[in-house]
Design a protein around this ligand. Structure first.
Ligand SMILES: Cc1cc2nc3c(=O)[nH]c(=O)nc-3n(C[C@H](O)[C@H](O)[C@H](O)COP(=O)(O)OP(=O)(O)OC[C@H]3O[C@@H](n4cnc5c(N)ncnc54)[C@H](O)[C@@H]3O)c2cc1C
Length: 414
């Protein structure tokens, strides 16, 4: 079995395939956790099922773009290339599509702490999984109520929470600026205290279990008589019975070669890290006004967030880093640190906000596992398990139709 891409989705798939008795080759052009899985917010955000396109986004987005204190950025030169995807994406900013995406995401991410514990148990990566609450932080109740659409969706999908106001909020965690006075606390969540090292340790486990790690660029999938026969890696063909495309935001070219026209775009995101911080929150938090998360990590506090549209090639912009820093220092007054580091990465965003998981139509043995936008760390283990079940001929216990790559099978085979 060949798994292409050694981010959280690829390594999870490799591990569950091994546990089902398969020989696995894990292939990555840069090595494990060198893509988006390196720098995410580290939150096992089971409740983060509400997609970005929700009713009202179309009206709000232009104002957000013009305000440098809002977490939405655009590289204007990229607009012509962005437009076809953006049109489809914005077309999903309605209640019915948001509810459909939220229901699909719940089945993949709704039990993520248990999924990560099951994945990492008995591996060197186990130590990075930390059970915790997840707290959404608002200024006040009015501010919370303004997010009512998302919370109603979560309630309908069975999520439960506790609201903490004023003194109760401060008693839970006194680290926040007094202007933040309302918390929504969800139990049974978690964090990964070093996402990059976590995925590297999982990949090491794959090797310890006899898997082969190949560093190389996969340019194509070979197939004969409608069945996969190998993958082309750096000019050579490696034979395989099944191949999994887990190449995150870079999945477009391989998908197109297999006849899939997936509307996939990068939602560029940023993190900064305050090393040796003088204060850390008790659990990972989402500061709702800035839409960034703050997560305690090994030796540092990581702030991650911002959506920037600008494609895969352009380097990072300065403004998102500055915004995260301003907002972080405002949320945690008196925060001191020894050093600040920065990172930019690419969330793989399909226009309908539903990950693309399943067998490629017309080519037996080729599977996709990509498109997890803001929640790929959270949903990677479950995705890997589902793919391994499909490859092994075991029927997953959820309906896989909503995720099927067949919904994008429009381009015609080569
Ligand atoms: C700022 C930010 C914060 C985030 N915070 C969170 C969070 O708190 N919680 C959460 O759940 N998610 C979060 N995410 C999202 C999450 O990080 C991603 O959804 C997830 O990492 C995607 O994992 P992946 O395995 O699909 O892709 P990746 O981790 O990108 O892995 C894909 C791999 O494929 C390799 N590759 C690509 N093309 C080829 C090829 N042709 N041949 C060989 N190898 C190839 C790449 O080198 C890469 O290693 C965040 C993302 C960002 C940017």
């Amino acid at each position: 079995m060949a798994v292409i891409g050694a981010g959280i989705v690829g390594v999870s798939t490799a591990i569950w395939l091994q546990r089902d008795g398969h020989d696995v080759i894990l292939i990555d052009r840069a090595g494990p956790a060198e893509g988006t899985s390196f720098g995410n917010g580290g939150v096992l955000a089971s409740c983060a099922v509400v997609p970005v396109p929700v009713p009202g986004l179309l009206a709000k987005a232009p104002r957000m773009l013009l305000d440098s204190n809002q977490p939405l950025f655009l590289k204007w030169r990229y607009v012509p290339r962005l437009l076809p995807w953006l049109t489809r994406y914005m077309g999903h900013a309605n209640a019915a599509d948001a509810a459909r995406a939220a229901a699909a995401l719940t089945a993949v991410i709704g039990d993520s702490l248990a999924d990560h514990q099951a994945l990492s148990r008995g591996t060197p990566a186990e130590r990075w999984v930390v059970p915790s609450d997840y707290m959404f932080v608002y200024e006040n109740r009015t501010h919370f109520l303004a997010d009512g659409f998302g919370w109603a969706l979560r309630r309908d999908l069975g999520f439960e929470w506790t609201e903490l106001e004023g003194n109760a909020f401060r008693a839970y965690d006194p680290v926040f600026d007094p202007r933040l006075g309302y918390g929504v606390k969800l139990a049974n969540h978690g964090r990964i205290s070093d996402p990059g090292q976590y995925v590297k340790d999982l990949a090491q486990h794959v090797q310890q279990q006899g898997g082969r790690l190949v560093i190389g660029d996969v340019s194509d999938i070979a197939y004969e008589n409608g069945k996969v026969s190998g993958v082309r890696v750096s000019g050579q063909t490696i034979s395989c019975d099944a191949a999994v495309i887990a190449t995150g935001v870079w999945s477009g070219p391989l998908s197109r070669k297999l006849g899939l026209a997936v509307p996939l775009e990068s939602e560029r995101g940023y993190h900064i890290e305050f090393w040796n911080p003088s204060v850390v929150p008790r659990s990972p938090i989402m500061v709702a006004s800035g839409k960034f998360v703050a997560t305690p990590m090994e030796g540092r506090l990581r702030l991650a967030g911002v959506v920037e549209f600008g494609g895969l090639d352009a380097g990072p912009s300065r403004a998102p880093f500055e915004l995260l820093k301003r907002q972080g220092l405002a949320a945690f007054p008196g925060l001191e640190y020894s050093e600040m580091t920065e990172w930019m990465g690419h969330r793989p965003a399909p226009a309908d906000s539903i990950p693309v998981i399943g067998e490629v139509p017309g080519i037996a043995g080729v599977f996709t596992g990509f498109g997890h936008h803001h929640v790929g760390l959270t949903g990677g283990p479950k995705t890997g398990r589902l793919i391994a079940q499909m490859i092994g001929g075991h029927r997953p216990n959820i309906d896989m139709t909503p995720y099927a790559p067949a919904r994008f099978a429009a381009a015609g085979k080569r």
